[in-house]
Design a protein around this ligand. Structure first.
Ligand code: ZN
Length: 255
C-alpha cells in the first residue's frame, strides 16, 4: 500500500488494524511563515513532514509508526512584517498540540513523537508537554530536528545558523523543497546586543534572549548565507537527522 503510514489516508478500520501492530504516532509541527525570497512559506512544515515520512519509510519493516497530519501553522508573530506569514498565538498552538495528543491517546496510541520544524514553536510545545504531565497517560516527546544534528551542522555550514540560512536552505533543497535558486541572498543579520544576543543558534556563551521582530535584524527575511547552500550539505545533515531519529524511535518503542 502506498502512503501506508499516513493516518490521513487510512480508513477507520485500517487505523484499528494498525493499532494492533504499533502504538507510535509521529506528529510533524511546522509553520506558515516567510523564509526569505528563495524558500516558500511552508518550509518548516515541509521539512518536519519530510523527516516524519522518510523515517517512517526507513523504519517500516522493523517498527511500524503512523504519521499524523502536519500542524501547518506555528508561532510566528516576529515574522508578521513579511507577507504570507500566518501565525497562531502561543496558547492556541499549545492547545492544538494537547487536543491532537489527547485524541491519539483516546484511540490507543501510547507513544507520540512531535517532530518540530520551527524554532519559534519550542515554548508552545514545551508548555503543551508540561500541561500533559501526569494528565495524559502516554509517553509524549518532542524533537526539534536540528538539535539531532547540531554537531554536524556546526562542521558543514556557514554561520550564522538562524533563518532561511545555509543550513535550512541546504536541508530543504535536499528534501526536494521548491528552492528559487537565483533568488537566494546572504544577510548575516543585525546583532541585537553584540556578544550576548546574536541571531545565531550556534553562538557560543554568554547568551541572553530578547523579544524581537525579524524586520529589525533582516531586510530580506534571511539571516544567514543561503547562497552557500548545497544539496550535498543538506544530504549530510538530513542523513544524520534520519539515522538518529530512527535510533530514537526504536528506543522509544522498546521503552
Ligand atoms: Zn524555517
Amino acid at each position: 500500500m502506498e502512503n501506508k503510514y499516513l493516518l490521513a489516508k487510512m480508513t477507520w478500520p485500517e487505523v484499528e488494524e494498525i493499532l494492533k501492530e504499533t502504538d507510535i504516532a509521529l506528529v510533524p509541527v511546522g509553520s506558515t511563515e516567510q523564509h526569505g525570497p528563495a524558500l516558500p512559506v511552508d518550509n518548516d512544515a515541509y521539512i518536519a513532514t519530510e523527516f516524519a515520512i522518510r523515517v517512517a519509510e526507513r523504519l517500516w519493516e522493523k517498527q511500524k509508526v503512523v504519521v499524523v497530519p502536519t500542524i501547518e501553522y506555528g508561532y510566528s508573530p516576529h515574522h508578521m512584517q513579511f507577507k504570507g506569514t500566518v501565525t497562531l498565538s502561543e496558547s492556541t498552538l499549545a492547545n492544538i498540540i494537547v487536543d491532537i495528543c489527547t485524541s491519539l491517546v483516546h484511540h490507543g496510541f501510547k507513544r507520540i513523537i512531535l517532530i518540530n520544524g520551527h524554532g519559534g514553536n519550542t515554548t508552545a510545545i514545551s508548555n503543551a508537554l508540561h500541561s500533559m504531565n501526569n494528565v495524559v497517560l502516554a509517553k509524549i516527546f518532542n524533537v526539534d530536528w536540528w538539535t539531532f544534528a547540531s554537531d554536524i551542522i556546526g562542521e558543514v555550514v556557514t554561520r550564522p545558523v538562524f533563518h532561511a540560512c545555509d543550513m535550512e536552505t541546504s536541508v530543504a533543497w535536499h528534501l526536494d523543497q521548491r528552492v528559487l535558486e537565483d533568488r537566494r541572498v546572504d544577510e548575516p543579520g543585525r546583532s541585537i546586543i553584540p556578544g550576548f544576543v546574536e541571531p545565531d543558534m550556534l553562538a557560543p556563551p554568554p547568551k541572553a534572549s530578547v523579544a524581537f521582530m525579524m524586520k529589525y535584524i533582516t531586510e530580506s527575511g534571511v539571516v544567514g548565507y543561503s547562497t552557500k547552500a548545497t544539496k550535498e550539505k543538506g544530504k549530510q545533515i538530513a542523513d544524520v537527522v534520519l539515522e538518529r531519529l530512527e535510533e530514537f524511535i526504536l528506543k522509544v518503542a522498546g521503552a
